[in-house]
Design a protein around this ligand. Sequence first.
Ligand code: BYC
Length: 336
Amino acid sequence: MYTQAMDIPGGPKAVAAATPEEAARNSAFDARIAADLKIEPRDVMPEAYRKTLVRQISQHAHSEVVGMLPEGNWITRAPSLKRKAILLAKVQDEGGHGLYLYAAAETLGTSRDQMVDALLAGRAKYSSIFNYPTLTWADMGAIGWLVDGAAIMNQIPLCRCSYGPYARAMIRICKEESFHQRQGFDIMLSLCKGTAAQKEMAQDALNRWWWPVVQMFGPPDKDSVHSGQSAAWGIKRISNDDLRQKFIDATVPQAELLGITIPDPGLKWNEERGHYDYGAIDWDEFWRVVNGDGPCNRERLATRIEAHAEGAWVREAATAYAEKAAARELAGKRAA
Ligand code: BYC
């Protein structure tokens, strides 16, 4: 549904070094980035590149895992067996995405336990969008259509990220996100073709999710502290504002097809720019949510803390099983 041009704006910039040895190491790294080659876990990389990736990938992984909660809320209330099976599969996919991403971040030397501890202690971020409540079944449609739609916009360029393990994880994730987006649009389509009350439910979901989704792409480019360096390193291929614009341009005709109205009176096709103009985004609200004061921040974190504690016996059992299996294998080899 969404395709992207993935040119790197500006091209790579050199990395500052503290010592001559570091400068030599950095120049090998710069050469790989300049040649648009992948950086692999054992390759030399500046510490700041490693830190940026751990920051972004761990936030991304946490977003997938916390992102299971708003939809998980509706698994027991899906309107049919078919919808329930699809939603279950989607929520399980999100858990899987979290696991691929934690594994990708682990290749940079930060353990999954460290990342999860940071999330549970409230030190790590996850996407602002998952701090909003899911009030009706139409929210499952709006999340798939809009949230997964925005996620694909942001993530397709990440398939060409300079860090190999992250880029490869993103390829698989994007394939699954595409199914997620379509299932959400399909829910919206059914509701919009249904009764007046069902269409009203779809409109209400669009009204509540639109602005938080537009904010999901991150602060405007002028306020994005990491964008310049991440673009220079080939991590970020398209800027926050450009992705936001691509998303809005792609979504307006979809809303028209559904026959529902995007809640932005400022939305207007601009012939000269060849894009839709859109109204002012409430960045105060965005930062409030990012900084922990959204409608569901406390509930989401409390749920994750409880789930982690309740899952302790599963982790212990899996570790004991793995140790026994390894001991059996070793004993078998010795006996042979
Ligand atoms: N929410 O300099 P900037 C999914 C933070 S999962 C919270 O532009 P950057 C799905 C940012 O981290 C979707 N915080 O940063 C799952 C930074 O703070 P720190 C998740 C945000 O990294 C289940 C500060 O603001 N996708 O789709 O260059 C079901 C300044 O920002 C947000 C990803 O994580 C936000 N929305 O760009 C359904 C994609 N935006 O770190 C769907 C990977 C910004 O200095 N991540 N911040 O404390 C990225 O592409 C980039 O990290 C971002 C931000 C575009 C998000």
